[in-house]
Write a new protein. Sequence first.
Length: 394
Amino acid sequence: MRAETISIGTELLLGEITDTNAVWIAQRLAEIGVDLYFRTTVGDNVGRIVDAITHALTRADVIITTGGLGPTVDDMTREAVARATNRELVLDETLLAQIHDRFSRWGTPMSENNVRQAYVPRGATPIENPVGTAPVFIVEIDDHYVISLPGVPREMKHLMETRILPWLREKTGGEQIILSKTLRTCAIGESLVDAKITDLETSTNPTVGLLAHPGQTDVRVTAKAKTRAEAEALIREMEAKVRARLGDWIYGEGEETVPEVVARLLAARNWRIAIAETNTAGKIAEALRERPEGTRILKSAMLLDNVTELTEENAATIARQFRAMTGADIALAVLGTTGSAQDMYGEDTGQSVIAVATAQETAHGAHTIGGIQEQAQAWVTTRALDLVRRAAIK
């Protein structure tokens, strides 16, 4: 079953609120094996809402709208669904009685405009909302379904969990599930990851997709199956292939971060680290200090000023000297251009050199990214911690 969600509300388009409803619904649909192919956001304009629903009906089996079911004049979802499905709005006396009863229990007079909430497209299946005043309804048209939910997250979630998800499970013919697992890589570009696993990305079940971040690339493996066990087996098989191709470029999985993994590795080896930074402005030390293992692993940290010799040899010397001076098991030196004009996307991209020294060896590298721009610092931080990670896994 193919689904599309339509989030309704001008406040979403203005960025006044974050659309957490769409994310939550996407997660729940995946749990029951419903494919969500499109997410649409539209403002409080009946014509545009009609267009969005009409277009969605050409490419999805089920359309789930959220928002626009309140009692005010800018709540236009009811009218839009009726127009998109060529129906008129009719008063549902049962829903009206339920709304009256709810206001009575609250001890609050019901306003006349609340009557609007009892109108649904003719032939729709109404669903009572026990936690609010905006009833839900489902319209069927030519083997497609339009499900309209309130925009209030508490109400929407309750109705999804108790009414809509069970209804969808029945429509899909039983239990299905979509599972995903993310493998996290760093210090390797998206294009190189793609080159190494291109053929795997053509798989249809499980699917393999990439998502790039500064200094990192995620590989997401997604499987659809009748049971969780079957989906997990599909993911394990594909994961093994991805790991065979990418090797130790993969630093973790799920939501693991590079600082989290590095801190855990250093703690496991009972290593303490000394860090000297320039253009990363203490962010590397801070990232490790914030980990639960921070006080155990961070031996010393300092900021370097007036470093003019940005060479790998100088960085290596500083790392070795800092390690000897502090008595740390491993030392990291990051030297880079610190001018604010440096931009990782501009003509002058700056420079950073990184070195890691242990008792056994010193590793180092030079990179054409520098400056104190946020993305540049994030990129260099990831590269530097990856060098520490590689030293810790030897």
